[in-house]
Design a protein around this ligand. Sequence first.
Ligand code: ADP
Ligand code: MG
Length: 388
Amino acid sequence: MTDPRDVAARATAGFRQVYAEPPAGRWAAPGRVNLIGEHTDYNDGFVLPFALPQRTVAAAAPAPHDRWTVWSELTGETVAFGADEVAAPGRVTGWAAYVAGVVWALRAAGHPVPGARLAIASDVPLGAGLSSSAAIEAAVLTALVDLGGLDLPAEHQPRLAQRAENHYVGAPTGIMDQSAAIRCRAGHALFLDCRTERVEHIPFDLDPAGLTVLVIDSRAPHRHVDGEYAARRASCEKAASLLGVPALRDVPSTGLDDALARLPDDETRRRVRHVVTENQRVLDTVALLRAGAPRQIGPLLTASHASMRDDFAITVPEVDTAVEVAHAAGALGARMTGGGFGGCVLALVEADQAATVAAAVTTAYAERAFTAPTHTTVTPATGATRLD
Ligand code: ADP
Ligand code: MG
């Protein structure tokens, strides 16, 4: 019997059932949360995600010719495509586009991708802002790289997976999600400079410190996300051009007041203040973690939330409530994580307080007649790996 909690076992069982043979290997890639650094990526700034224990597993084996077949437990469907469909973004649609997109991006970069049979299982929640999309891309990408013996070092893989999502699937995401899914290390957060793509692994080992991160899915319906996201991006680009810099990353926090004085309206000033102060908060968080003081990052998380709420205007009542209540119930810090207008909140808590904090949020949601939230505790896990 397959243990239903064991994602890798489910991927293997799916593979055997669909292809009537065992897989040649299994590759896993995690979901992620962003500890701090929101809406800084497209401003060439800094982010600090870490990988979740929840992951997507691809069981895979090579197949003859340029032919790819993929089954996902998610839908129970098997989708097959060949070189012609892969060559034209848009030919493979729906969930299998994430897989076809990876094959497309590899071939477009000149890699001799082998044909393959794949079976996918996952326990990363979909569409909750925990990046199930990068997890499936990274699991499939690392499987194909290994099966084909392709010359593609890990540091070049995130850009390729991002291209799959941007150009084949058609979702305009930054480089953070794929970098986290591929490059994170257990017990560390990934300090990523979105301009240079340089990464540094920052110790964030919570167990020895008696801490944990509580992730609360607000279950708030995403409202106007695409339009609002585009509007925030446009505001930031306009402000950078008014200030005569390539991106808001180039406004140092020490130059913030001068920059604000040169901007024409209150809304633009607020948007700029969020990005500049948020970049600084990432740097401050990194400095505290490097110094071995994870408890002390709490106020930075909470300040990040206030900035997203008051200056960047991307929160909704459900996430504001979760942050306020978590704080009142003893969290060391809390913030919305992800693009905004719903999604998840993370709270840094003493490990033995996690249940109390989660219960307080659940009660507050019931009192306000919000949809009941879900929650889980997480510690930083590893990026994409071959399992066997
Ligand atoms: P998020 O990345 O925040 O979870 P996205 O909308 O970016 O949300 O990506 C979710 C989409 O990725 C799903 O709708 C589906 O098409 C695809 N996907 C993710 N995981 C799987 C999976 N295990 N099997 C099939 N498709 C998946
Ligand atoms: Mg995604």
